[in-house]
Design a binder for this molecule. Sequence first.
Ligand code: SAH
Ligand code: SF4
Ligand code: F3S
Length: 469
Amino acid sequence: MRTDRFVSETELIKQRAIASDLALEIRPRGLRFFVETFGCQMNVRDSETVKGWLAEIGYTEAENKESADFILFNTCCVRDHAEKRLMGNIGALKDRKDADPGVIIGICGCMMQQEGMAKKLLKRFPHVSMIFGTNVLYRFPEMLRDVLNGERIAVTDRADDAIAEGLPKLRDNQRSAFVNIMYGCDNYCSYCIVPYVRGHERSRKPEDIRSEMVALAENGITEITLLGQNVNSYGNDGSTGMHFAQLLRYVSDVPGLKRIRFMSSHPKDLNEDVMQAIASLPNVCHHVHLPVQSGNDEILRRMNRKYTREHYCSIISRLRELVPDIEFTTDIIVGFPGETDEAFRDTMSLVEEIGYAAAFTFAYSPRQGTVAARMEDQVPESVKKERLKALNELQTRKTVENNEKYIGHTGEVLVEGFDERGEETMLYGKYQNFKMVYFPGCRELLNRYVTVKVTQSNKNSLLGEMIDA
Ligand code: SAH
Ligand code: SF4
Ligand code: F3S
C-alpha cells in the first residue's frame, strides 16, 4: 500500500505543537471565532475540523460575526449564485477591519480551489488575510501562525490530497454526527465542478472510520451519517480491503449507535450487496438519497451519469421489494444543455412514477472548466425557470400524496428540535426512514427517542401525538 495516502504522524505532531504554542498567546486574550458555512455536508464537516483547531489554539466560539476576532467563510461553488453572495459578505466586512485592524478575515472551501480564484480575491479584498483550500486543513495551525505574524496567505494546493487522520473536531450537535468515509470524486459528471475542487476519490481505512464512530457513540451520539460524494464506490480503488456493503456490516454493531445513514449514493454503483445490507442490518436506516438528475436517457448519457432510466428504476423497485417502508429522496437538474421539452417530460414522468418523499431541484448552472459548460445547445434561463416551477409543483403534489399514506403510522422518532412560539411546545423529529413529524411535547425530550403516531397530514408536514416517551 502507498504510504503517502496519509498525512504523516510527524506532520501532525508538528501542527499540534504549533497549536499549543499559539494557545499560550491567544487563550489569555479571550479571542473568539465565527465560522460561516455554505454548501453541503462535506463543508459542514470540514468546518468542524477548523473549529476544532481554533479551539485548540485557544479561541472560543462567538455568537456572531460582530463579536468575533477571527471570521471565516467556508464556501461552495456547485452553482453560480454563491460567488456574488460571498463577495457581498466579504465587502461588508471592510469597515469592521478598518475599525479593528486586529480582526482576521479568512475564506476557505471549494470555491478557493477554482482556478485563479484565491489570487483574485486576495487582490480585490485587501482586508482578507487568509485563504485556503479543501485539502490543507491539517496545516491550519501553521497557516494561522503566519497570518498572526502579519502575512497574507493563499494556500490551495491541488495535488495535496493525502488523508489526514486524528485532526481535532468541534461538533455542536449532541445527537447526530457526520463521518467522512471518503473524500473527493472521480465521476466527472459533465455538469459538476466537485471533482475539480475536491480532488481524487480516496477512501479512509475501515478501522479509522469505526474508531471515530465508537468515540462518537461513547459521547452520546446515536445517529451517524456516513459521508462521501458517492458512498457506493467506497474502497473501489482496492486500498481499504472492503467495499461499501462490507463497511456497513463492519460498523453496524458499534455499541450505542441506533441509526446509520449515508449519502450520497450514485445509482451506477448501488449493487445487490448494498441493498441486502440495507435490508438486513437493523440500524441502517430505510432511506436512500439517490440523485437521478434526469429521467431521459440521452440527457443522462450527456451528463456522463453511466446509468439509464431503466436501470435506475430497477434499483428503486428492487429496494422496495426488499425493504417495504423505504423512502427515496433525489436531486434533479432541469435545463441541462440539449434538454428538449420532450426530454424534460421524461423527467416529469419519472418523478410521477417513483413518488419521492422529497426532491432537491436545481436549474442547470454552467461551471467553468466542466464539459457541459462548453456544450452548444444551452437552454435559455426563462425555460429553465418554467421547468423548475412545473417540476416543483409536481413534487409538491407527490409529497402530499406520500404524506397521506402515513396517517395512522406509529414508530420511533428522534427528537431534533422544538418550536415554542405557539401555545404548546411542538417537537419535531424523524422516523428512521427520514420522514419528519411534528407533535406536542416538552423540550426535555430533545435528542431522545419517542414513539409517535401520525394523526394528520398537512401540505408539507405530518402531525402526530406521542404514544410513549
Ligand atoms: N455527489 C453527489 C452530488 C453533489 S452536488 C451526487 O452525485 O449525488 C449536489 C447536487 O447539486 C447534484 O446532485 C446536482 O443535482 C446538483 N448540481 C451539481 N452541479 C450542478 C450544476 N452545475 N448546476 C445545477 N445543479 C448542479
Ligand atoms: Fe459531482 Fe457527479 Fe461527483 Fe456527484 S458523482 S460530486 S454529481 S461529479
Ligand atoms: Fe459541497 Fe459545494 Fe463543495 S456542494 S463539495 S460544498 S462545491
